[in-house]
Design a protein around this ligand. Structure first.
Ligand code: NAD
Ligand code: AHE
Ligand code: ZN
Length: 378
């Protein structure tokens, strides 16, 4: 075994479209600037399915997927000062180095700290190597700087958002990706104002969180769009004023929305990853000022298009990663809001599993259509 390694179970993705394999692996000791954490609970995000299905241009195999977790610091590498053994953390795929010369961390306009982005995309730690090895010594790639389908994982210190210990990690994990993203798309990236109209395509946890945030921001009309009408009840509970199934209309849904609102919708969100939906969402946006935000992740090679006239006449196309939140500053703030009762999130957990062995079952649940978030407690 590598020196200082922990032997534990992980769900390994050996190749695209192959079932995950639960195996014992070695998780190496954290190097300088790294933190080894014990994963307590992990929620599954659609992006895990997307990468496993081979559609991610950055997908590398074999790897350990997972990026929505609650964890406890087990040990820290040299020079780590912002977290210590026993701290509760949410590993974040968008880091925040906060260095004086990081123009991204220093700018209020973005959360996209590039400090470790290139190695993260290559499935390795910042020094170019992996902390994961099979028992016969073969390296396994990391994923999104998190790899939380493992009982222990190693992440960069700058990817660790330290949160209050009172917050139960089996719920807090939701704030590691999808729910935070939906909230932030509305509250941070688009800053939806009181009285605005909003339309959201895709009523998974990401889209529903956008609806919840739009209602909190006092949007006047909130259109919730999905082909799976089973999602409508959740959407209504969270504040949607009208639920629409595009299949119910002879006209394209963007025309229906423009007719319903006269000039279009102030803010529109794609939370599906379909480039057709992205086009509809842009074209449903209000003449003169409508903003359309891409949240969904499209398959490798997909491209968006529209008539440039749509932009000339005042619509804006933007996008968001992790809702624009600066991870180490904002995730603890979101946890505190949830703990104070101002931002309920428990309702996103529709399925619960116990033991890392159930990760594949939990993925099947997320596939099933009736699931918002499946949480696996390790
Ligand atoms: P999900 O699979 O739980 O939900 C997607 C929903 O979209 C489903 O209800 C599905 O029925 C609906 N849908 C699919 N095609 C549709 C269409 N053509 N029209 C209307 N509805 C349609 O997924 P999720 O976990 O909520 O994630 C949503 C998307 O957001 C994914 O693409 C995911 O990869 C992406 N994502 C992006 C970020 C980011 O930072 N930008 C973060 C998390 C997730
Ligand atoms: N790796 C893909 C892109 C995947 C992607 O866009 N990821 C989203 C997060 S999805 C979370 O569930 C994102 O925020 N990306 C910004 C980033 O830095 O990765 C590809 O196309 O290569
Ligand atoms: Zn995600």
């Amino acid at each position: 075994a590598p020196e200082g390694a922990i032997k534990c179970k992980a769900a390994i993705a050996y190749a695209a479209n192959e079932p995950l394999k639960i195996e014992e692996i070695y998780v190496g000791a954290p190097k300088a600037g790294e933190v080894r954490v014990k994963v307590v609970a992990n929620a599954l995000c659609h992006t895990d399915i997307y990468t496993l299905s081979g559609q991610d241009a950055e997908g590398k195999f074999p790897c350990i997927l997972g990026h929505e977790a609650g964890a406890i610091v087990e040990s820290v590498g040299e020079g780590v000062t912002s977290v210590k053994v026993g701290d509760h953390v949410i590993p974040c795929y968008t880091p925040q180095c906060n260095e004086d010369d990081c123009i991204f961390c220093q700018s209020p306009k973005t959360n996209l700290c590039p400090k470790i982005r290139s190695t993260q995309g290559q499935g390795v730690m910042p020094d170019g190597t992996s902390r994961f090895t099979t028992l016969d010594g073969k390296p396994i790639y990391h994923f999104m700087g998190c790899s939380t389908f493992s009982e222990y994982t190693v992440v960069a210190e700058i990817s660790c958002a330290k949160i209050v210990e009172e917050a139960p990690l089996e719920v807090a994990c939701l704030l590691g990706c999808g729910v935070s993203t939906g909230f932030g798309a509305v509250m941070r990236t688009c800053k939806v104002e009181e009285g605005s109209t909003v339309a959201v395509w895709g009523l998974g946890a990401v889209g529903l969180a956008a609806i919840q945030a739009a209602a909190l921001n006092k949007a006047s009309r909130i259109f919730a769009i999905d082909m799976n009408e089973g999602k409508f009840e959740h959407a209504k509970k969270l504040g949607a004023t009208e639920c629409l199934n595009p299949k119910d209309f002879d006209e394209p849904i963007e025309k229906v929305l423009v007719e319903k609102t006269k000039w279009g919708v102030d803010y529109t969100f794609d939370a599906t990853g379909s480039v057709k939906v992205m086009r509809s969402a842009l074209e449903a946006a209000h003449r003169g000022w409508g903003v359309s935000c891409v949240v969904g992740v499209a398959p490798a090679g997909a491209e968006i298009s529209t008539r440039p006239f749509q932009l000339v006449t005042g619509r804006q196309w933007k996008g968001t990663a992790f809702g624009g939140w600066k991870s180490r500053t904002d995730v603890p703030m979101l946890v505190d809001k949830w703990q104070a009762g101002d931002l309920p999130i428990e309702h996103y957990i529709t399925h619960k599993f116990k033991g890392i062995e159930t990760t594949a079952e939990a993925l099947d649940a997320l596939h099933s259509g009736g699931c918002l978030r499946a949480v696996v407690e390790y």
